[in-house]
Write a protein that binds this ligand. Structure first.
Ligand code: BGC
Ligand code: CA
Length: 250
């Protein structure tokens, strides 16, 4: 009985990588044996196709357990997906410790500002504070040159007055007498100059009436004579003095 061997090309292609069986086998017996094998494979293919169709049409006909449906009673309670946790929530102690830590830090900073800073008031002890500067009133009566060196020995300089406010602050604080300040005639005595190289500004000068009056008085003083003002004086005279320095930055 003649049969059409469908799928033989597939068989040959797999085993030999060539064309139809008839072109490959020359001997009759060999051809017959392979035809039988092809027939066997065809039957297998048919059975497999039949089984597939049966599974599709009636899955329960085979002893393959069906997948459980959603309505079926579950044998085991479903496991809830693990909840993603906030890293901070997983460490509850962090929040509990943060506020006390910040409070302690705030207290420490307040303590430092209130006590450590206050002790020095940004100026050395026994110095006065005004603006960003510190002032020291020396009651030692000596020459202008020695007064200058005394200030320099304290990392300061003789008083330089930069404003009316500064002049008023000093004169309200010190006793009504004479103090050497950092004011000096130039080498040729043609003009006045401040010891810290601040340009001398005639609009910010507070000479007493009639002063400066003597070219032989090259050193400046802060002097009280009915009122406060400046007076030029001989440098070898002996008077109190006032030192000035910038406040500590730390
Ligand atoms: C004058 C000053 C002068 C001083 C010297 C006073 O009588 O008014 O200008 O500097 O004497 O001691
Ligand atoms: Ca004078």
């Amino acid at each position: 009985m003649d049969k059409t061997y469908v799928g033989c090309d597939f068989y040959c292609a797999v085993d030999l990588g060539a064309g139809p069986i008839s072109e490959v086998f020359s001997s009759h017996s060999s051809r017959k044996a392979h035809l039988r094998r092809a027939e066997y494979l065809l039957n297998m293919t048919t059975e497999i196709t039949y089984a597939e169709e049966k599974i599709q049409n009636d899955p329960q006909s085979l002893d393959i357990p069906n997948e459980p449906k959603s309505s079926d009673t579950p044998s085991e309670a479903p496991v809830a997906p693990e909840e993603k946790r906030n890293p901070l929530q997983s460490k509850p102690d962090f929040h509990k410790l943060l506020i006390p830590f910040l409070l302690i830090l705030l207290l420490a900073v307040s303590f430092f500002i209130a006590f450590v800073g206050k002790k020095w008031s940004c100026c050395p002890e026994n110095w006065m504070s005004f603006g960003s500067n510190c002032y020291f009133i020396s009651t030692e009566e000596t020459t202008w040159e020695k007064s200058k060196k005394n200030c320099e020995g304290m990392q300061a300089h003789l008083l330089v007055i930069n404003s009316k406010e500064e002049q008023d602050f000093i004169t309200k604080t010190v006793n009504k007498t004479t103090y050497f300040i950092g004011l000096l005639r130039s080498q040729d005595r043609s003009h006045w100059q401040w010891i810290d190289q601040t340009p001398f500004n005639t609009s910010i000068s507070f000479w007493l009436p009639g002063e400066p009056n003597d070219i032989n008085e090259p050193c400046g003083t802060l002097h009280f004579n009915n009122k406060w003002g400046w007076n030029d004086l001989r440098c070898d005279r002996q008077h109190r003095s006032i030192c000035k320095m910038m406040k500590y930055s730390s």
